[in-house]
Design a protein around this ligand. Structure first.
Ligand code: FFO
Ligand code: ATP
Length: 185
């Protein structure tokens, strides 16, 4: 029998708790080294190499770190970052000239002044998550921001996470959007 959406929500909550407990076992140094290893893999992908416009994110402390990656590519590719606007994400271009500011959402740095980007401009996306699985399923922080955004996306989506976030099976709802690939370290 299929699990009800209420059961799935409970399973997601449980898994988020489990992963959160393990995040503290990574030292800041390990987090930086692993993040570097993950983005070394990202940079080998033909889909990334050929991409002109890359949707990324500014990491929170417990996520795969992206600062070095963004700085490295900002002059060669168009970098787009999400901005939280109520229940939705807005897409804005991040250029080297701009200083990022903490937004509405948990102090995540956002490009306030950058040009609004149409989702159709994006070729490649690096997506954070709390957990991923072998089938390229993804579970996020539970607000549905990425699921809503990605439901009308046609670009290549790569999930990134640390080893302990890669699980046998992520609980999934019908609206959850699969990644095209998941890279970890
Ligand atoms: N780096 C980064 N940027 C991102 C996301 C993300 O997951 N990572 N988002 C992806 O959606 C959007 C922001 N959404 C977020 C949703 C929840 C939380 C968060 O910290 N939630 C708390 C619990 C919040 C509460 O309910 O009080 C938590 O997870 O502990 C952060 C960002 C857009 N930008
Ligand atoms: N395409 C969608 N349209 C409308 N609501 C959606 C959509 N996708 C998800 N939601 C809503 O968002 C809520 C959170 O979903 P879920 O727990 O799967 O989030 P998540 O994938 O962990 O979060 P995120 O995508 O922000 O990282 C759900 O209650 C769901 O109803």
């Amino acid at each position: 029998m299929m699990a009800s959406s209420i059961e799935i929500a409970a399973q997601k909550k449980e898994l988020r708790k489990l992963i959160r407990q393990q995040k503290d076992f990574l030292s800041p140094n390990e987090r930086v080294l692993k993040s570097e290893a993950i983005f070394n893999q990202v940079e080998q992908l033909p889909e990334f190499i050929n991409a002109k416009c890359v949707f990324a994110y500014m990491a929170m402390g417990d996520e795969v770190q992206t600062k070095e990656f963004i700085q490295k590519w900002i002059n060669e590719k168009m970098i787009v970052l999400p901005i939280v606007k109520g229940n939705d994400l807005e897409l804005r271009e991040f250029t080297i000239k701009e200083e990022l500011m903490p937004g509405q959402s948990f102090g995540i740095l956002e490009p306030r002044e950058g040009r609004l980007v149409d989702i159709a401009e994006i070729d490649f996306a690096v997506i954070p998550g709390i957990a991923f699985d072998k089938e390229n399923n993804r579970m996020g922080r539970g607000k549905g921001y990425y699921d809503k955004l990605l439901s009308n996306a046609s670009f290549y989506k790569i999930g990134v996470c640390f080893n302990f976030q890669f699980v046998d099976a992520v609980p999934i709802d019908v609206f959850d959007v699969k990644m095209d690939n998941v890279l970890l370290a």
